[in-house]
Design a protein around this ligand. Structure first.
Ligand SMILES: [Zn+2]
Length: 476
């Protein structure tokens, strides 16, 4: 009896297996298909967002340049009472332009079906509050000098407006005032090394710390927040600044006349006009210039160098300029239809940069945008995607809400009270605080010293972008 039933049962089982196999194949293929599509979506969203933000950087830089020229023209035509207004506009643009880029990046990301990042919204909200507090000092800090009266309140409103509807594209190269600095506790790779028991990181970067650390009271005080010089939005910043110098610091009267001759609506300005106007040497003059520390050659872009960034061919000399770039991170979700598979978040990080050049009227050649002695002229003509590693300030830390929260809220109490202040945050899921708790244990550090005593030969320097402290996760 058992045998016959078993036989038909086997056939049924076999059919069931075949059917299940077919069904699974279809489902899995469907999932692979949707996953690929979704990934493409997220990449498109990130690329589009970075390009949109960089386009606003280019537009804003050009406007700053136009205003420099209009200022010069105003001097030539004796309309000097227009100058304070022109300067005020330049000061505001350096904050408003990049935030227009932030808003444009959101639109671009959403059109490509990127998801809002809830952590980023909270982070940006907190950031606008900290900008507001810069007016009064707050938080135990002195007030920050404002680039124009009422600047910080106005600017915080702009941040809220640009990010209040949610953030689908998180700015990835924001220069927050307090998350960077020359201190081990402001270096994410330290925490990663602790949590990952990456003793080689210590071998190369912090051997005396690993050997000599006794307790949290050993840490040097955290650096002061960056003082003064806040002339740019810290989100997609243009890295420009005012310079109170005569125009002769940048060019001669002939070049000035040639430039002004091209500015509408006045038409031609002769070099005699320029000389008679006192434009070249008169004081005080506030011109906007490329920040000396930030703008330089785009040396990071080196397809033939040690790091071999993925680049097609050499960079033309006129494009070999670094200074402003926009990095955006977007997030999407893959929801598999196969049973038992969880939905998975996918991220994409993209960078774009404004490119342009100045035309040399005499030779007809092209020169880098910064070649007028750093004086900003309308030079930017295009934006392009660039490898993330080559974008200035492409530090993923700034798009990482947990890191920003850690630096802003957890570090101060930790410095005052030690790991007991970090433990609750660690329990609540702050991996950075978890590292601090672990780090405080003498046997943890001893294990590292002991491991290195026997194995330090195995340590190899790896990766690390240009100027990075090594071990940072670059790329996509
Ligand atoms: Zn923390």
């Amino acid at each position: 009896m058992r045998k016959t039933r078993a036989k038909s049962g086997q056939v049924a089982l076999f059919m069931l297996l075949v059917f299940t196999a077919i069904l699974l194949t279809v489902l899995v293929n469907f999932d692979v298909f949707t996953a690929v599509l979704r990934k493409e979506d997220v990449q498109n969203a990130g690329d589009a967002a970075a390009l949109a933000a960089a386009r606003w950087q280019a537009t804003t830089l050009n406007l700053e340049g136009e205003l420099n020229l209009i200022h010069a023209l105003a001097v030539c035509t004796g309309e000097t009472n227009a100058i304070p207004g022109i300067n005020a506009m330049q000061a505001r643009l350096a904050f408003a332009g990049p935030l227009a880029g932030l808003a444009a990046a959101q639109t671009a990301a959403r059109q490509n079906h990127a998801f809002d990042d809830p952590g980023a919204i909270a982070m940006m909200r907190e950031h606008s509050l900290s900008v507001r507090s810069m007016q009064t000092g707050g938080d135990g800090y002195d007030a920050y000098p404002e680039p124009w009266p009422g600047a910080w309140a106005e600017y915080a409103d702009m941040i809220d407006a640009a990010s209040g509807q949610g953030l689908a594209a998180v700015p990835g190269n924001t220069r927050y005032f307090d998350t960077a600095g020359g201190h081990t506790l402001l270096d994410r790779s330290f925490y990663m090394a602790v949590n990952g028991r990456d003793w080689c990181w210590f071998f190369f970067n912090a051997m005396p710390l690993l050997r000599g650390y006794r307790s949290f009271s050993d840490w040097d005080p955290l650096p002061e927040r960056e003082r003064g010089g806040l002339w740019n939005s810290e989100i997609f910043g243009l890295e420009i600044e005012p310079a109170d110098v005569p125009l002769a610091a940048f060019m001669d009267a002939g070049s000035a006349a040639e430039l002004l001759g091209a500015v509408p609506p006045r038409g031609s300005v002769r070099s005699e006009d320029v000389e008679e106007s006192g434009l070249m040497f008169s004081f005080p003059q506030r011109w906007y210039v490329y920040g000396r520390e930030a703008w330089g050659r785009w040396t990071a872009f080196d397809p033939f160098g040690e790091n071999r960034f993925p680049a097609a061919g050499r960079v033309k000399p006129e494009y070999d300029v670094d200074g402003a770039a926009a990095v955006c991170r977007v997030r999407g979700e893959i929801n598999p239809s196969s049973p038992g598979l969880d939905s998975k978040a996918v991220h994409w990080l993209a960078a774009a940069k404004p490119f342009g050049y100045l035309e040399d009227g005499e030779t007809g050649g092209r020169a880098p945008a910064t070649s007028a002695g750093g004086y900003i002229l309308p030079a930017f003509r295009a934006v392009r995607l660039v490898p993330v590693d080559t974008a200035r300030g492409a530090d993923l830390a700034t798009a990482d809400a947990s890191w920003v929260a850690h630096v802003r809220r957890h570090l101060k109490p930790y410095m005052a009270h030690g790991p007991s202040a970090a433990a609750p945050h660690a329990q609540a899921g702050c991996a950075w605080c978890e590292a601090l708790v672990l780090w405080e244990r003498a046997e943890f550090r001893d294990a590292g010293v002991e491991w290195l005593r026997r194995n330090s030969r195995m340590c190899r320097r790896t990766g690390g972008g240009p100027g990075g402290s090594g071990g940072t996760a670059h790329g996509h």
